[in-house]
Write a protein that binds this ligand. Structure first.
Ligand SMILES: [Zn+2]
Length: 199
């Protein structure tokens, strides 16, 4: 894609000492690891990420880049995204580690659905194949971590039942699924329900 704009992130002052939902994040992440829909591939590349909104603000805590293979995360493995620019594919963050390069995908959900308090992005090839164009689906041309993908997700909230189904299939990102909800329990329950009915 000649127009691809690389993800960039800028650290701003502020430490992450603790946050509401950190224990929950680790606990649901462990469930995703068990299902092998989050983790590390045979090339040592991590996949899958989770986030939790900071209260009712537009900021959110997201798992850091390259953490997929870790059994348990520390606060140093999380970043707080405090500002986003979809056009330039850039975020500002606090914390010790760079946020996931898919952070703007999470941001697109939080911006589109004010009731969303948590987002799960996982890789599930069977569910992905089963739901492709059966659930709200972004186009094949919108690759992961691109502004185009974020814009398409925002559009799906207007043009599809993404708001009610709370699941989005990423056609341009092999196996990529997003679920969301008021908290991680709901986002995870959506994933489990879809898996049990579709595969
Ligand atoms: Zn992914």
């Amino acid at each position: 894609m000649s127009e691809y704009i690389k993800f960039s992130c800028m650290r701003v002052p502020g430490e992450i000492n603790s946050f509401a939902g950190f224990a929950e994040l680790n606990s649901y992440r462990a469930k995703l690891l068990d299902l092998h829909v989050l983790g590390m591939d045979s090339n040592g590349i991590g996949f899958g990420n989770l986030s939790i909104r900071d209260g009712t603000t537009s900021a959110f805590y997201v798992t850091a880049s390259g953490t997929g293979g870790k059994p348990q995360l520390t606060l140093a493995d999380c970043a707080k995204v405090v500002g986003c620019d979809f056009k330039t594919n850039a975020v500002r963050f606090q914390g010790d580690s760079n946020p996931s390069s898919e952070s703007l995908t999470h941001a697109a959900i939080y911006e589109s659905d004010p009731t969303a308090g948590a987002v799960i992005h996982c890789h599930d090839s069977r569910l992905w194949t089963a739901l492709l164009n059966q659930a709200p689906t972004t186009s094949k041309a919108a690759e992961y971590g691109t502004p185009e993908l974020a814009y398409q997700i925002i559009a799906l909230f207007k043009d599809s039942d993404a708001q009610n189904r709370k699941i989005v299939v990423l056609a341009g990102h092999q196996s990529g699924i997003i679920t969301f909800g008021k908290d991680l329990a709901e986002a995870f329950a959506i994933l489990i329900r879809e898996r049990s009915t579709r595969i």
